[in-house]
Design a protein around this ligand. Structure first.
Ligand SMILES: CC(C)=CCC[C@@H](C)[C@H]1CC[C@H]2C3=C(CC[C@]12C)[C@@]1(C)CC[C@H](O)C[C@@H]1CC3
Ligand SMILES: C[S@@+](CC[C@H](N)C(=O)[O-])C[C@H]1O[C@@H](n2cnc3c(N)ncnc32)[C@H](O)[C@@H]1O
Length: 374
């Protein structure tokens, strides 16, 4: 059997993206984009994503998911990006909420805080690892005046990120490039700062992605990350705990959730000095980070958030699943769309359960420094 080279994989993924999403990427988003997909390609993308998710959590099943991390995540984001944009917006991450604070203000504040902790300055060259459709990069570019390169292995998201950057007049400050964060193509010591928001959890091994980040950072450079990890309360041998982690993995396209300790050790093992280490979810916030997925109206902070909250709540999600099921049955929505909403439902359930029990956090903040040269 011949193995595919990295270049062949890139070409195949790019070709598939063109087939699946067409050439008018950007102008359509959310459910409108979903309805304009190539139906056969969408069916294939969903099958590709779901092929490794058979309920098994034994070592062999995990190994298969870890080995297929690139295609697995690529397929996952091919099929969920429209739902994310429809339900959440263009920053694909969680955030803390202060009483009275709107959803969009909270998302932006979370991004500003990371930029502040990384010490990003005007004129810095910054890498955004796993940049999504560029929501955080646009906000951090405006907030700091830095130049940002977004790295992503999903062609559809890159095309969208470029489209949005042009639309808001930030094309001079932002660039978005295709690449696997486990094998970066940048020259060593290129970037002043690197950040990653809820993306490196897709890595099959954290030393791999952190090692690549270390390599492309300049000596004295800083890496700041919001990492998705299981907390110290998590016990892998407890079936209820493992079920929650499995729901998070399946619904969020993650080959394997790692404990916080594994992330901490991985950072130091590749050479970083960890200067800040804090689980931002481990506090007494009156409004929990997972509130939009709970369906508890008492947490909604502003009237402007009602539409978002409806879409993210249990009832809103059921409404979307029913609507998509009907559209799929009558042939308007591509086959497999319903399966995507069901996988996202598992994500929501697992994330809330993990968040409530404090077994999981999406905001383990590490700030790490690459030592100066001797
Ligand atoms: C996958 C990783 C590492 C991060 C993404 C975090 C969040 C932005 C997503 C996690 C679960 C997602 C769901 C939705 C939006 C984006 C997330 C919150 C929906 C609300 C989108 C609309 C669907 O109908 C229901 C989804 C539930 C899960
Ligand atoms: C949850 S999204 C977060 C996106 C962005 N950081 C944000 O907050 O909006 C995770 C991102 O990581 C990217 N990603 C996952 N695996 C990757 C890999 N191996 N190489 C590059 N990017 C990857 C996905 O395509 C997606 O854009």
């Amino acid at each position: 059997m011949t193995t595919e080279s990295a270049q062949e994989l890139r070409n195949r993924q790019a070709k598939f993206t063109a087939e699946l999403h067409g050439d008018d990427i950007g102008s359509k988003s959310g459910l409108k984009a979903l309805l304009s997909k190539n139906k056969a390609a969408q069916e294939e993308a969903v099958a590709k994503y779901l092929r490794h998710w058979d309920g098994k959590t034994d070592t062999d099943a995990e190994q298969r998911r870890l080995e297929d991390y690139n295609e697995g995540t690529h397929s996952y984001y091919n099929v969920v990006t429209d739902f994310y944009e429809y339900g959440w917006g263009s920053s694909f991450h969680f955030s803390r909420f202060y009483p009275g604070e709107s959803f969009t203000a909270s998302v932006a504040r979370h991004e500003h805080f990371l930029a502040y902790k990384a010490g990003i300055q005007a004129g810095d060259l910054v890498l955004d690892v796993g940049c999504g459709v560029g929501g955080p990069a646009r906000e951090i570019a405006r907030f700091t005046g830095a130049n940002i390169v977004g790295l992503n292995n999903n062609d559809y998201q890159i095309a969208k990120a470029k489209y949005y950057a042009n639309k808001v007049g930030l094309a001079d400050q932002l660039d978005f490039v295709k690449g696997d964060f486990m094998n970066m193509h940048f020259e060593p010591e290129t970037f002043d700062k690197v950040y990653a928001i809820e993306a490196t959890c897709h890595a099959p091994k954290l030393e791999g992605v952190y090692g690549e980040i270390y390599k492309v950072l300049k000596p004295g450079g800083v890496f700041a990350v919001y990492e998705w990890v299981m907390t110290d309360k998590y016990d892998e041998t407890n079936p209820e705990h493992r079920q929650i982690a499995y729901e998070i993995e399946l619904g969020d396209g993650i080959p394997k959730m790692f404990p916080a300790e594994v992330a901490r050790k991985a950072l130091t093992s590749v050479g970083f000095e960890v200067t800040y280490d804090q689980d931002l979810a481990d506090n007494d916030d009156a409004v929990p980070w997972y509130y939009p997925l709970t369906g508890e109206w008492k947490y909604v902070q502003t009237l402007a958030d009602l539409a978002t909250f409806f879409r993210t709540s249990y009832i809103g999600r059921k409404f979307t699943t029913t609507m998509v099921t009907v559209m799929e049955k009558v042939g308007i929505a591509p086959k497999g769309s319903r399966d995507v909403t069901l996988a996202l439902e598992e994500a929501a359930v697992g994330l809330v359960a993990g968040g409530k029990a404090k077994l999981f956090t999406p905001m383990m903040l590490f700030v790490a420094k690459k030592p100066e040269k001797e």
